[in-house]
Design a protein around this ligand. Sequence first.
Ligand SMILES: CC(C)(COP(=O)(O)OP(=O)(O)OC[C@H]1O[C@@H](n2cnc3c(N)ncnc32)[C@H](O)[C@@H]1OP(=O)(O)O)[C@@H](O)C(=O)NCCC(=O)NCCS
Length: 147
Amino acid sequence: MPLTIREATRGDIEGVYRLYQSLTPEDLYMRFFSFHRVSHEEIEQLFSRQDHITLLAEIDGEIVGEATLYDDGEFSVAVKPNQRRGGIGTELVAELIRRAKKMGISKVKFYTLPENYPMIRIGKKLGFKLEYDEDQVKGVLELGQGS
Ligand SMILES: CC(C)(COP(=O)(O)OP(=O)(O)OC[C@H]1O[C@@H](n2cnc3c(N)ncnc32)[C@H](O)[C@@H]1OP(=O)(O)O)[C@@H](O)C(=O)NCCC(=O)NCCS
C-alpha cells in the first residue's frame, strides 16, 4: 500500500487519537516525555493551537504516523508499533525538514533518550548533530536562512 504524507486537519482528530492509543507507555514517554496517555480533549486542544504543524503518514486511509514541528524548531515523531522499521519515521522527519526550510525556520531539533536507537539512527541518517548527555540526546540540524 502506498504511503501518503500530508498535513493534519481537524478531521484527523479521531485517527490521531487511535494512533496514540496504539502506543505503549514507553513509546508515550519517548514521544511526550511523559507516561500520560493523551486524551481525546487534549488532542482537540492540540489541533486548535497555531504554534505548530503536524504531518501525518497514512496507508490505505489509516493514520500510521505523526510528526509535529513547533515554531521554535523542536519536533517529535511517532509511528504505530506494527508499522515500524519500514522507513515511515525517516520519511516523516525528512518531510518536516523540507517544510521547516520553506517556513524559514533556521534550525530543527529533537530530544530523546540515549536508548532510543531508531530515533538516533534517523537523526544520524538525516545529518543532525547529536549532543549526548547522561540522560538525553539532543539532535540539531542547521537549515540556514532561506536554504
Ligand atoms: C522513533 C520512531 C518514530 C521510528 O519510526 P520507524 O518508522 O520505525 O523509523 P524508520 O523505519 O525510518 O527507522 C529508522 C532507523 O531505525 C532502525 N530501526 C527502527 N526500529 C528499530 C529497532 N526496533 N531495532 C533496530 N533498528 C531499528 C531502522 O532500521 C532504520 O535504520 P536504517 O535506515 O539504517 O535501516 C518509532 O520507533 C516510534 O514511534 N517510537 C516511539 C516514539 C519515539 O520514540 N519518538 C521519538 C521522539 S523524538
